[in-house]
Design a protein around this ligand. Structure first.
Ligand code: GLC
Length: 799
């Protein structure tokens, strides 16, 4: 196999035959007669770890990615020995390990082959660095598809592609450009209607080849470290993704305002400019919850300082913005300016917290402030110090969130755009070079930031966003897709990237709406906003080099479209919050590519554009100029056009007409979609009713609504409200059953029910078996009020 490494190729080595094995609890060790050991650990029935060493012993087992709280025990494990292989059986899968060469194959319990080694584990010794280049190849079946891997700017289905994981500051990247900012060495394979996952937990530079080099082979390899991967059995993609997300960890809930709209630019300054922007949002009635300060708020780009000419009294400004409903978020980069009069630099120098070159000097590199040193966030002591630095920003000044950038780490004016590979890192007690620490540097920075922001924000919830990330970063931070460009192609990329991040465990992601580099036309901006409001993180950002990118930088029509779509997002906040809850509770991705939604339908396997927002809303952006509609695939099932309420059945590609102020949006039949009134910011209004849009289906459907105090941690003590609705529609009848959980009392007292698509004229309504007079519930044209939200069954009948 050819590798893309710069290292000299010395030839591959392979395990030889198994000579003995040991069974210890949930693990089995297979020893070969050339010092290779394979350790198989059954973590769950459908989650198996395969770890190889070539040294005759295993080094310390350490991972930043794995959520330690999730790593326990198995339910069932049966080991049998046959003539040519060993077999391990869980209650979901069987794994055969060949005695001759350690090659593996995995089957479901009906003996259907799920995954099989081609050459299996092999390696190349790396004389220059020590250790091995570790490699794995698997046979790939015809028709097999591949998904996942984080922020890749390419088609959803990765079949036929080779991808590289090395966190890189990739300004104005292009379609198919590799590598990008994030590293998620996790993919999903799908064939024979069965999904499985592979998580290759190795922080060195890694590569994945999905049948590009050889048509029937998929492979992955790393420039160092161990062949250490987790196999996850589906068979549904949902099982794979939720197990992976469980393994690498889930976040806490963000405060609800974070799910509102954010406005950003490089940079808004001075204070008067910031206020001009925020006031304009209120004047134009475009909802907005957060305003960002990019690097120019600092004194000479020194983190944790303020430029007092631009911002003479940040505390007062932040408080005044807060009175108008705006939360202030500031950027913090890793590069600390080398300046002996700068307190952060002095402290880090005194305490010896900066990264060092192999021979001792501090790692020095240029970023915005000029020459910088860089904290070693892989040192827990440094992380603790870094967390403490946020005290003034958060506790005293009142900043509500922190934006971590340039943490790939990015270095300017050097060919490799980052640290030299000899830089040393503590790696939490497993000292190593930058070759191993590079890909997790950004995550460890975001982790330290998260702990700091959380400490000083408590009892409220923190907000952190990062550009670089490795698997598991979702426990601490949200992310955005980096420096994109204001082109139609980038709108296409953004749509796929955010979906892909969603099925890669890191769903709390968005793109720079409108594009970071260059300037969008009004039409492109409008089309981007129309997609962006359906992304978990929703922020306009731009470099500022090419003009303004506030909604009013465009014409009246674009302003109106922005208002319409951002307002829709604010109406859908309870729906969005519920999807976030399902993500933190069960690891369910907030956006679902069509293949995730219906893997059995092969029509979905190569779709890129359409996705399911939450569980019941189908969205398809317009990705071309001058569009009067588009072709799209409506997945199987029954759907209502959101704008016209027209009913259609899916499982087919159709043409949908759209006006400039619409994109195709459909709601699943049977769904109940909860809505709040439009607010200019979260918490602006007190309201007494929750709107429930009920889309009739002849059949059954379940819908849920999660709510809580919208901030703080009481939800962890059971103070939340969880409504599960079951709708049962018949020819002349509709029944809605409501089941409630949780100790939180939502402040509103009524439900406003909108009946959509009802095939009969309502003649009678019963609530909890009691017939209700229409005037008591303000019944009018298929909408009415339920005054007592404690009901458990609603019965609507008609003729
Ligand atoms: C990087 C970031 C961008 C930011 C700029 C200045 O390019 O990706 O979002 O505005 O730096 O801080």
């Amino acid at each position: 196999m050819i590798t893309n490494t710069s290292l000299e190729y010395k030839g591959d080595l392979y395990p030889s035959k198994i000579v003995s094995f040991e069974h210890e609890g949930d693990s089995i060790f297979f020893n070969t007669d050339n010092k290779v050991i394979l350790k198989v650990t059954i973590l769950r029935d459908s989650l198996i770890r395969f770890r190889f060493t070539t040294k005759g012993y295993f080094s310390n087992d350490f991972s930043y990615a794995i959520d330690k709280t999730q790593l326990h025990g198995y339910n069932f494990l049966e080991l049998t020995e046959e003539e040519t292989y060993f077999q391990i059986r869980t209650s979901k899968v069987k794994c055969k390990i060949q005695k001759a060469d350690l090659r593996l194959s995995i089957y479901d319990l009906n003996d259907l082959l799920i995954l099989e080694d081609e050459l299996g584990f092999h390696w190349e010794e790396s004389y220059e660095y020590g250790g091995n280049i570790v490699k794995m190849s698997k046979s790939s079946k015809d028709g097999e598809c591949f998904y996942g891997l984080g922020d890749k700017a390419t088609q959803m289905n990765l079949k036929g592609k080779r991808l590289e994981n090395f966190a890189t500051d990739q300004y104005a990247y292009q379609k198919d450009q590799e590598p990008l900012y994030k590293v998620v060495p996790f993919y999903i394979g799908l064939h024979n209607k069965q999904s499985y996952g592979i998580f290759f937990d190795n922080t060195f530079r890694t590569f994945f080849d999905f049948c590009q080099e050889r048509r029937n082979v998929s492979s992955f390899w790393a420039e160092g470290g161990e062949m250490n991967y987790y196999f996850i059995y589906g068979p549904q993609m949902q099982d794979v993704v939720t197990t992976y997300t469980d393994l690498t960890g889930k976040p806490e809930l963000p405060p609800l305002w974070v799910l509102g709209y954010h406005q950003c630019k490089w940079s808004y300054y001075p204070e008067s400019k910031v206020k001009e922007i925020t006031s304009k949002f209120r004047e134009l009635k475009i909802p907005c919850d957060a305003i960002y300060l990019d690097i120019d708020y600092m004194e000479g780009f020194r983190c944790f300082t303020w430029n007092k000419n631009y911002f003479p009294d940040p505390k007062r400004m932040v408080a005044e913005l807060a009175e108008d409903g705006f939360k202030t978020i500031v950027i913090i980069d890793p590069g600390i300016k080398i300046d002996k009069d700068y307190w952060v630099y002095q402290e880090a120098l005194e305490k010896d917290y900066f990264c060092k070159r192999a021979d001792g000097p501090y790692m020095k590199g240029k970023v915005w402030p000029g020459e910088c040193n860089f904290p070693d966030y892989t040192n827990p002591v440094v992380r603790e110090w870094w967390a403490g630095l946020f005290k003034e920003l958060i506790s005293d000044i009142g900043v509500k969130g922190v934006w971590n950038d340039m943490n790939e780490p990015a270095v300017m004016e050097v060919p490799n755009k980052t640290f030299p590979m000899d830089v040393r890192h503590v790696y939490d007690g497993n000292p190593c070079s930058h070759r191993k620490a590079h890909n997790i540097y950004g995550t460890q920075m975001a982790r330290a930031t998260y702990h700091g922001v959380k400490r000083f924000t408590y009892p409220k919830r923190p907000f952190v966003i990062t550009r670089s990330a490795y698997s598991g970063a979702q426990r601490y931070t949200s992310s955005w897709t980096g420096d994109n460009v204001a082109t139609w192609e980038h709108l296409w990329i953004a749509n796929i990237q955010v979906q892909r991040m969603s099925i890669s465990g890191m769903g709390f992601t968005g793109s720079d709406i409108g594009g970071f580099a260059e300037q969008p036309t009004g039409e492109l901006y409008a089309r981007w906003i129309q997609l962006g409001v359906f992304h978990p993180f929703c922020r306009t950002h731009s470099s500022g080099d090419h003009g303004n990118q506030e909604p009013w930088a465009f014409d009246e029509e674009v302003i109106n479209i922005t208002r319409k779509f951002v307002s829709l997002r604010y109406q859908l906040l309870p729906y969005l919050y519920t999807m976030f809850w399902q993500y933190i509770e069960e690891g369910i991705p907030m956006l679902k590519p069509l293949v995730y939604y219906d893997q059995e339908d092969t029509q979905t396997h190569y779709r890129n554009d359409e996705f399911i927002f939450g569980n019941q809303i189908l969205v398809c952006p317009i990705l071309e100029p001058n569009a009067v509609g588009r072709r799209m695939y409506i997945p199987r099932g029954e759907w209502y056009n959101y704008w016209t309420n027209e009913f259609s059945t899916g499982g087919r590609e159709v043409w949908i007409d759209t006006k400039f102020d619409e994109i195709p949006v459909f709601v699943k039949a049977g769904a109940i979609i909860p809505k709040y009134p439009v607010q200019q910011y979260v918490g602006e209004l007190e309201f007494d009713e929750l709107t429930l849009d009920l889309y009739f289906k002849n059949g059954k459907e379940k819908s849920v609504v999660y709510e809580d105090a919208q901030d703080g941690y009481d939800y962890k003590k059971g103070r939340y409200s969880f409504l599960s609705f079951r709708t049962i529609g018949k020819e002349k009848e509709l029944i809605v059953q409501l089941h409630k959980e949780g100790k939180y009392h939502t402040p509103y007292s009524k439900y406003k029910i909108n009946l959509i698509g009802l095939p009969f004229k309502v003649t009678e309504i019963e609530i909890d078996n009691e017939k209700i007079a229409f005037d008591k519930i303000a019944f009018e044209e298929n909408h009415f009020l339920i005054v007592d939200k404690e009901f458990s069954e609603l019965h609507i009948s008609g003729e």
